[in-house]
Design a protein around this ligand. Structure first.
Ligand code: GLY
Ligand code: MN
Ligand code: MN
Length: 290
């Protein structure tokens, strides 16, 4: 006479929406995950030397994650030197670090089930070349433009649109794209260099649950939502349309933010980001070691 259940209700949508809004206690845990991950990136920059391997820097990250109490990375760490930086989900992490190359590290730890997700791109030698610096500063400017578009009542896509505009205009200025900026945006010409979106929800998963659109419209940002901001430019090593000096440069800069009443709080500010600050950190580490 037992009765089987006769109604099934999918709770995913309700649960996902609850996960999208972080409480003060959740933000506190996310700040801690971000702090430890930032420290790990600093350690990798300090340890970086030509002749080491990508996995040598991965080991520095893992050391700092564990030392901070993290049980595991939030996802497979990406340590991509030279042209490997143009491979978006590169995880081999076994190539040699060479002077003259950049190294892109995308890594973050998980604390109490909450993820962090940071990317920094820095020169193996400790000094950016002119071309690396030009691309780096363009990505950084696009990220700054995105931060300005993250606040309550702005919609999800505004930050992405801001990165697309800054990157497209900058690529034209550098001679990597030719034409009118509005037309290049409309034709998505920038996608040859910037082929992913500017971010994703962040929380208990690195690419966390939650709808990006509601009723066909981009979601409006609200206090407590956590997301990444991660523009990038990747110039394929075999791109015949650009001068040789640009080929193989890949740069991404990624930070984690939480929407606040007035804008957003950057959780991952503990790792340097300007060219000057990164070069200074790396120079100081080399002086100390000498
Ligand atoms: N680490 C994966 C991502 O940045 O989305
Ligand atoms: Mn990310
Ligand atoms: Mn990432």
């Amino acid at each position: 006479g037992a009765q089987p259940p006769n109604e099934f209700v999918a709770l995913d949508h309700l649960l996902h929406d609850m996960r999208l809004y972080k409480s003060a206690a959740e933000v506190k845990v996310m700040r801690e995950a971000a702090r430890i991950s930032a420290q790990a990136h600093v350690r990798a920059m300090q340890a970086c030397r030509a002749g080491l391997h990508e996995f040598s820097l991965e080991a520095e990250l893992d050391y700092e994650f564990r030392k901070g109490g993290a049980k595991m990375p939030a996802y497979g760490s990406i340590v991509a030197a030279g042209r490997n930086s143009c491979i978006l989900h590169y995880q081999q992490n076994d190539a040699l670090l060479k002077d003259g190359d950049l190294v892109l590290i995308d890594a973050g730890c998980e604390i109490d089930c909450y993820a962090s997700d940071i990317t920094r791109t820095f020169p193996v030698s400790g000094k950016y070349s002119a071309e690396q610096k030009a691309i780096y500063q363009l990505v950084l400017a696009s990220q700054e433009a995105a931060f300005a578009e993250i606040a309550p009542n702005k919609h999800w896509n505004q930050a992405h649109e801001a990165t697309v505009r800054v990157i497209t205009a900058g690529l034209v200025k550098l001679g990597l794209l030719q034409g009118n900026v509005d037309e290049l945006i409309a034709s998505e010409a920038y996608k040859a260099f910037y082929m992913h979106r500017a971010g994703h929800w962040l929380g208990m998963d690195v690419h966390d649950v939650g709808e990006y659109k509601v009723g066909g419209e981009w979601r409006v940002l609200e206090v407590g939502m956590a997301l990444t901001v991660e523009p990038g430019i990747y110039i394929a090593p075999d791109n015949q349309n650009v001068a040789k000096k640009w080929r193989g440069i890949g740069v991404r800069i990624e930070d984690d933010v939480v929407v606040t009443k007035t804008g957003c709080e950057i959780l991952t500010g503990g790792v340097p980001k300007t060219v000057a600050d990164i070069e200074a950190l790396m120079a100081a580490a080399r002086t100390q070691a000498a």
